[in-house]
Design a protein. Structure first.
Length: 297
């Protein structure tokens, strides 16, 4: 009979036990990981201590406890404050704190100067989605490929993992790009509900129509990507920009009739009008990306 080696779940340190940090810690604890936690407000670690976590007296002590150190704090400044007095040499630092691409790159250089490997991350989930395999939540990672490969299984316990490159800024860039698209979608949803609000139309009856319509339109992102990559903004156009701009007048008149402010729509409409004025009427709206790119200005 051959003995099969049993690999114990890797121990880890988690700095930050807010709503997201607590959700992450609970899933790792449930999976059998030894978890050391620290939080600036110590009382917030008490529920996790009751579930088996070890509470460190300081961030420096928490970092010293384990090679894998995961940070989930308020912002980049709080990461620097928490880790300022810690010995990072030989540590694998994974930053789950929401930040910008520039902050991710700067924090990676900062960590590497102190002898640590570094991954930045962008969490595409809210706390209730953590530890729920069917929720669709996942985390973008970028930075040290070696760190990611070594700890992939541990990082994948709370949510799916997507490594998007060795550039430490790419996780935050993917995160913010998706969140920006979501913000635009929510703006449209808000305007749509505002239009029907004065009428005898139940929002719950309208909602399925709105959700189905947005779902039907979502595949347009693939056409936009194809146009951007090929440089041909006329490829696959069904409703050209000239037609769309003309149709915008109806959207604006309807908003006026319903006594709804058009302020969520007009910024994009103005962009469309500018691109049309430059002679791009046979394209669709993809080319407006060029008007947003300020690098050449």
């Amino acid at each position: 009979m051959t003995d099969t080696a049993v690999v114990s779940p890797a121990p880890l340190t988690l700095l930050g036990t807010g709503a997201m940090g607590t959700a992450l810690a609970r899933v790792w604890l449930a999976a059998g990981h030894e978890v050391t936690v620290w939080n600036r407000t110590a009382a917030r670690t008490e529920p996790l201590a009751a579930e088996g976590a070890t509470v460190a007296a300081s961030a420096a002590d928490a970092v010293a406890a384990n090679r894998l150190v995961i940070v989930c704090l308020l912002d980049d400044a709080s990461v620097g404050d928490a880790l300022g007095g810690a010995e990072l040499a030989g540590r694998d630092l994974v930053n789950l704190t929401t930040g910008t691409p520039a902050e991710g790159r700067a924090r990676a250089a900062w960590a590497e100067e102190r002898g640590a490997r570094f991954l930045d991350a962008g969490i595409m989930a809210v706390p209730p989605m953590i530890g729920a395999p069917d929720s669709g939540g996942y985390v973008f990672y970028s930075g040290s490929p070696g760190l990611f490969e070594e700890h992939r299984d541990t990082l994948g316990v709370p949510a799916g993992t997507r490594f998007v490159g060795a550039d430490p800024g790419f996780a935050a860039l993917h995160d913010v790009a998706l969140l920006s698209a979501m913000s635009g979608m929510f703006a449209g949803i808000t305007h749509a509900f505002a239009l029907i609000r004065p009428e005898d139309i139940a929002p719950k009856d309208f909602a399925p129509l709105l959700a189905d319509w947005l779902t039907a339109m979502a595949p347009a992102v693939h056409q936009s990507a194809d146009q951007l990559q090929s440089g041909d903004y006329t490829r696959g156009v069904v409703s050209n920009l000239a037609m769309q701009v003309a149709g915008n007048a109806t959207l604006l008149r309807t908003a006026e009739e319903q006594r709804v402010s058009p302020e969520l729509l007009t910024p994009y409409m103005r962009l469309m009008e500018r691109w049309l004025a430059l002679g791009h009427g046979e394209e669709d709206g993809t080319g407006t990306v060029e008007l947003l790119d300020v690098r050449g200005r």
